[in-house]
Write a protein that binds this ligand. Structure first.
Ligand SMILES: [Zn+2]
Length: 256
């Protein structure tokens, strides 16, 4: 009787041990499989993130490519033509001029912008006056031949006035000056308004102060050149001249 009891106790011990063993083994198996699942999920997440990053990079490269192509395209547009002492206006440059006012003519594509700028300036209470816009080659030659300082006047064939894209505008109150085309023109009220707002109409002050080394033309706080609103704003915001802009356009131009 006592023997059987002991036998039973041993059996129970064995069974309990077996149960514990099975539970421990089960625990390890379950936790191992959970670990594997976690790892697989983490790997999948990594792969998805890498795929997303690669796709994003591809999209960025595509956008950059499109931006560079747009820059090349813009550089070929008539309104960004570079005409200076080193760059003559092309022989085939197409010009059709129309009168703005008082017998002053400008490229037909620039007409509305110039007229709007002048009219808004007047509405603001100022007196802008055109004194030179489109010039024929003969006029440019005459001016060049008769100028004392050759840095005052562009070489014939190299003037934005011949392209019909530039307008010299002064404050009417300076008409009585011996020569209104001097630095003091920048202090005149109409001129200050124009210098502050010209980019909103697509114009830039083409020959800024401190850029004479690059433009090879003296500071001219009266010569406005049409480049289109988008480019005029960028040029103004960065305090650069047209030469600098065209040379490093990819640093400045963000495609819209
Ligand atoms: Zn001019």
């Amino acid at each position: 009787m006592r023997r059987r009891k002991r036998k039973n106790r041993n059996l129970i011990k064995i069974i309990i041990s077996l149960i514990i063993l099975v539970m421990v083994a089960g625990y390890f198996i379950v936790s191992k499989s959970a670990e594997n699942t976690r790892r697989a999920e983490a790997r999948r997440a990594d792969e998805e993130a890498a795929e997303e990053a690669a796709q994003q990079q591809a999209e960025e490269e595509e956008m950059e490519q499109a931006r560079l192509e747009k820059i090349e395209d813009e550089k070929g547009q008539w309104y960004l033509i570079l005409v200076n002492n080193q760059n003559a206006m092309p022989d085939d440059f197409d010009i059709e001029t129309v009168e703005v006012e008082d017998g002053y003519y400008i490229d037909a594509r620039v007409h509305d912008a110039l007229q709007e700028m002048l009219s808004d300036c007047r509405e603001a209470g100022y007196y802008p006056r055109l004194i030179s816009t489109f010039r024929t080659r003969e006029t440019q030659q005459y001016l060049y031949d008769h100028t004392a300082n050759k840095a005052d006047t562009a070489i014939p064939g190299h003037s934005e006035h011949e392209c019909g894209l530039a307008a010299d505008i002064i404050d009417a109150d300076s008409l009585g000056w011996a020569d209104p085309l001097i630095d003091e023109q920048e202090d005149m009220p109409a001129q200050q308004w124009l210098m502050e707002h010209c980019q909103d109409y697509g114009f830039i002050l083409r020959y800024p102060k401190d850029k004479e080394d690059i433009t090879e033309i003296i500071y001219e706080p009266w010569h406005y050149r049409y480049v289109g609103k988008e480019h005029a704003s960028i040029i103004k915001d960065n305090g650069i001249c047209l030469e600098e802009y065209l040379e490093n356009m990819e640093d400045y131009y963000q495609a819209q």
